[in-house]
Design a protein around this ligand. Structure first.
Ligand code: GSH
Length: 225
């Protein structure tokens, strides 16, 4: 039965599943587009949350990126992308949770400021502080490497690679000189991931998709003026 993954590579939530699928060589068909594009009226009943990514596996639908990653891990355990030791498994999940709650969520709260008629500078300053704190939390829990959990890639890397690629692209719209801090464990980790097999070409593909998305968006905005 066909497995279809709906969403876009510029979404860190979609891209983490896409990376997992590549690392595990899963037979996944990608249906690419924004939530608007890939959730037609007919599908809204089956996707009441209305967000991408979602996975269709035969008759079943799966929602929420981490739930989808865990489902795929259960369904296709080989090669494993979670350690076998329970403590190490929980550590891998913690890294993803820290990224989602303390880096990506404050980033999403800042996104509406990009096009706000009048920016709330105090809110923006607080958001940047929150993200910086989230990155410090990540730094505290990253293993010595080179991957997030040590010698081998894991689900944590799928989330971190795509999340660390994504969030500076939002923040730089508010502070043009913003860059992921190069020093410290997160910077070292990011530089490694940009050279790692599977991760490096995927990051290039996400960047290309993002450039195309921005070009289209700028065209639409210019036409609406
Ligand atoms: N917690 C969700 C987040 C998914 C999410 O925020 N998706 C965004 C794209 S990055 C979306 O579908 N936005 C469209 C909308 O909310 O209408 C997950 O992990 O899958």
């Amino acid at each position: 039965m066909t497995m279809r993954l709906y969403g876009t590579k510029i979404s860190p939530y979609y891209a983490r599943i896409w990376l997992q699928a590549q690392l595990k060589r899963l037979p996944l068909t990608l249906v690419e587009g924004s939530a608007e594009d890939v959730i037609p009226e007919a599908m809204k009943r089956r996707n009441p949350i209305g967000k991408i990514p979602f996975l269709e596996d035969g008759d079943q639908m799966f929602f929420e990126s981490e739930v989808i990653c865990e489902y795929l891990e259960d369904r296709f355990p080989i090669p494993p992308l979670l350690p076998t030791d329970p403590f190490a498994r929980s550590h891998a999940r913690l890294l993803t949770r820290i990224l989602d709650l303390y880096v990506l969520q404050p980033t999403h709260r800042l996104a509406p400021q990009i096009r706000a008629p009048q920016r709330d500078e105090a809110l923006i300053a607080r958001g940047f502080e929150d993200v910086a704190r989230g990155l410090e939390h990540l730094a505290s829990f990253l293993k010595p490497g080179p991957y997030a959990m040590g010698a081998k890639p894991s689900l944590a890397d799928c989330a971190l690679a795509t999340g660390l690629w994504y969030f500076p692209r939002i923040l730089v719209r508010l502070r043009p000189d913003y860059a992921l801090p190069g020093e410290g464990p997160v910077g070292v980790y990011w530089r490694f991931i940009c050279t790692a097999p599977v991760f490096a070409p995927s990051i290039d593909e996400m960047t290309e998709a993002h450039v195309a998305f921005r070009r289209e968006l700028d065209k639409k905005l210019a036409a609406g003026r």
